[in-house]
Design a protein around this ligand. Sequence first.
Ligand code: AMP
Length: 192
Amino acid sequence: MLNIVIFGAPGSGKGTQSERIVAEYGINHISTGDVLRAEIKNDTELGKTAKGFIDQGQLIPDELMIDILASVLDGFEGSKGVIFDGFPRTIAQAEALKKMLAERGQEVTLMVDLEVPEDELMTRLIKRGKESGRADDNEETIKKRLDVYHKQTAPLIDWYKKEKKHCHINGLGTLENIFGDIRKAVDGVKSV
Ligand code: AMP
């Protein structure tokens, strides 16, 4: 089993690198942001709740997010592993993930921490907002999301360091070079 947490601030390239990881290792992909956006598109009750938080650049409450993740994970029974993209975003979510995987006899193999300087994140997200039309990729909401990242999500770096799962990756450079660094890190732990 290969369970990877891909971690980083909004705009750090988690989604892009996840696609490469899925193609390379044949594991399943959970992007909690994509799950929520699909719910919004389908105008479900969950989507309506989620939209209020997303538009404000705030996180969806932990209990709700953890339930969503558990049900997606159940659908992956028998898979070779999972890449978790955008989850966990809080310590409570990391603890819940650890418990959920342990109940299935599994664990997180590696946490890949993509680090990108703040000014570059802003530039990338504003560009993405213009191209994709994602409602939360506007300057005001981006600033809130980066603030939420620093306050609620960045503490996970130390949490995963204590778990001895943390791996720092420089998120600046070409897609290929960054993916090359990720592959080295994953192959390193896979063969242990
Ligand atoms: P993302 O596509 O990962 O940038 O997520 C977009 C938005 O969805 C975030 O700004 C949050 O409002 C919400 N979201 C996604 N994943 C989570 C999570 N694990 N916990 C709480 N909120 C989340």
